[in-house]
Design a protein around this ligand. Structure first.
Ligand code: MG
Length: 155
């Protein structure tokens, strides 16, 4: 068994869709980023890569590369996982915590589990998605952005 951890954060901006875990979430603002800024997919990608000892998302898919501009981050997760499989590891389980003051994440959790599981050829039951606020504290509490922590287990 191998364990990896991933973290990501993105800033809220006007005029973009909010996409988390591959799901478009109705909200007044979206997240800034070179790709679709899906912080859930990015944190999970780093966790999976970390467990395999294969580096991180920024090394594999640099944000200076125009190929990754506005890209669907589930495709990045899928591509990263293909490398993990090539290195002889198999995804077992992930646990993800999303920290955001707004919007309410919980109604979208089931859809996120489906989308993320699809990218990892896993069952949705193998992917836990939890959501918390930051109790109004700091930059997350002020609604400046979203943070995500992900843990992944490979065998
Ligand atoms: Mg990111």
């Amino acid at each position: 068994m191998r364990v990896g951890i991933g973290y990501d954060s993105h800033r809220f901006v006007d005029g973009r869709k909010l996409i988390l875990g591959g799901v478009v979430i109705p909200h007044s603002r979206g997240l800034a980023g070179h790709s679709d800024a899906d912080a859930v997919a990015h944190a999970l990608t780093d966790a999976v890569l970390g467990a395999a000892g294969l580096g991180d998302i920024g090394t594999l898919f640099p944000d200076t590369d125009p190929r990754w501009e506005h890209v669907d981050s589930l495709q990045l997760l899928k591509a990263a996982y293909a490398r993990v499989v090539t290195a002889d590891h198999k995804f077992v389980q992930a646990d993800i915590t999303i920290i955001a003051e707004q919007p309410k994440i919980r109604p979208h959790v089931a859809a996120m589990r489906d989308k993320l599981a699809g990218a990892l050829a896993a069952a949705p039951s193998a992917i836990s998605v939890k959501a918390k606020t930051n109790e109004g504290m700091g930059w997350i509490g002020k609604g400046e952005g979203v943070a995500v922590i992900a843990l992944a287990v490979l065998e």
